[in-house]
Write a protein that binds this ligand. Structure first.
Ligand SMILES: NC(=O)c1ccc[n+]([C@@H]2O[C@H](COP(=O)([O-])OP(=O)(O)OC[C@H]3O[C@@H](n4cnc5c(N)ncnc54)[C@H](O)[C@@H]3O)[C@@H](O)[C@H]2O)c1
Ligand SMILES: [Zn+2]
Length: 353
């Protein structure tokens, strides 16, 4: 598939093998950044030919998703015999994407960047849309730019080595897209969630592709997130709060899955969604939500205050994207504290069961 952006049109390829990586032209002008865990897993098979001077191994932690890491890579890249014609190739999940996208954007005012998303979350969602984000001090994703890759190559066999936690987190975004798609998406999810959980390659390719196609419509219409792209924030207003209060112990996609339940419970309370539909969606979601409960996660006041602090919130009233029964997405600005408390309480109660 091709994605249009104002600066470039880029190609997203999905493969059920690694051949593309073997064909990648790592010449002297190319620098490679690889997620450290991924490198250890695939070194012999995929990365053995890359010389140390052209390689940076990134420990994918939120603490390392910083401007310091980005600048360190920029500095090391001055050692290769290329300037604006330098090429960056990176392999990893959202953390590697955020750091290397930023590097590709600022180094020599923008260089060629090929990205291989190796987590399901990065493959089905973040690899398109062009956002780069870095953490600064205690602020998550405070710094950022828009800079799409020149090419995205998804190799689905990578998903086989993901931890259960990271795999299910990726499924959280897949389910979210399908719920947003409406009745057809929900039925499709009901029929395929068990096969997906078994990491069936054919199904993974199909659902990564359909998730990206769905997202493509929004980002092409609203590249810089000023309009319709806000719909993609469905479930995120609440999801981010679960991520934050857990100190990022709950991964992004899992938090989004929890946020989907909160959003739909609020819709249920408003009479906008039938209980039947809400329960159907939850039947899918509870299969992929596995969270270790601790006090920090179950502190209602901290969750409510984190929702208020979400960076998409402007002004006093709480804005969220909610669903209606005909599956129309609705942007609302009047979500009450009581509604959220009830919906969040429901999720926490279920997690404690
Ligand atoms: N820029 C965007 O649009 C955007 C969107 C959503 C999320 N994000 C960011 O993405 C980050 C989360 O990314 P993520 O969930 O993709 O994961 P991640 O980059 O945090 O990686 C998760 C874990 O998986 C490991 N890993 C990666 N690929 C693997 C593989 N194939 N096999 C085994 N292990 C592998 C990593 O080493 C890491 O331990 C967050 O920082 C979030 O803010 C960015
Ligand atoms: Zn997300």
């Amino acid at each position: 598939m091709k994605i249009k952006s104002s600066t470039k049109e880029y190609q997203v390829n999905i493969y059920d093998h690694f051949d593309k990586i073997h064909e990648e032209n790592i010449d002297s002008k190319t620098f490679v950044v690889v997620d450290h865990v991924l490198y250890d897993l695939y070194k012999e098979r995929l990365f053995a030919g890359i010389v140390p001077e052209q390689l940076y191994l990134l420990d994918a932690t939120e603490e390392n998703k910083t401007i310091e890491t980005a600048l360190e890579i920029c500095e090391i890249m001055t050692g290769i015999p290329a300037k604006r014609n330098a090429k960056l190739v990176s392999f990893g999940g959202g953390i590697v994407q955020d750091v290397t996208g930023f590097v590709a954007n600022i180094l020599y005012r923008g260089i060629h960047w090929t990205f291989y998303p190796t987590t399901l979350l990065a493959a089905c969602d973040s690899c398109i849309g062009g956002k780069t984000s870095l953490n600064y001090k205690k602020f998550k994703n405070l710094l950022g730019t828009f800079y799409p890759p020149d090419e995205v190559n998804i190799c689905t066999p990578f998903f086989q080595t993901l931890s259960e936690r990271d795999f299910q987190s990726g499924l959280g975004e897949v389910v979210k897209f399908n719920v947003m798609f409406g009745e057809i998406g929900i039925t499709n999810m009901e029929q395929n969630i068990d096969t997906l959980l078994q990491r069936n390659e054919t199904k993974l390719m199909e659902f990564v592709n359909s998730s990206l196609l769905f997202k493509k419509n929004f980002i092409e219409e609203d590249e810089f997130d000023r309009g319709v792209r806000i719909h993609l924030n469905f479930a995120h207003t609440f999801g981010h709060a679960f991520e934050t209060v857990s100190g990022y112990a709950i991964p992004h996609g899992t938090a989004v899955a929890m946020g989907t339940i909160v959003a739909n419970r609020i819709s249920l309370g408003r009479g906008w969604l039938s209980e039947e539909k809400v329960l159907r969606v939850e039947g899918i979601l509870w299969k992929i939500i596995h969270v270790d409960m601790d006090e920090a996660i179950s502190d209602m006041d901290r969750i409510l205050s984190a929702i208020r602090k979400d960076k998409k919130q402007v002004g006093n009233s709480l804005t969220a994207v909610l669903m209606k029964d005909d599956m129309e997405l609705q942007i609302v600005h009047d979500v009450e504290r009581e509604e959220i408390e009830k919906a969040v309480g429901y999720v926490l109660g279920k997690l404690c069961d």
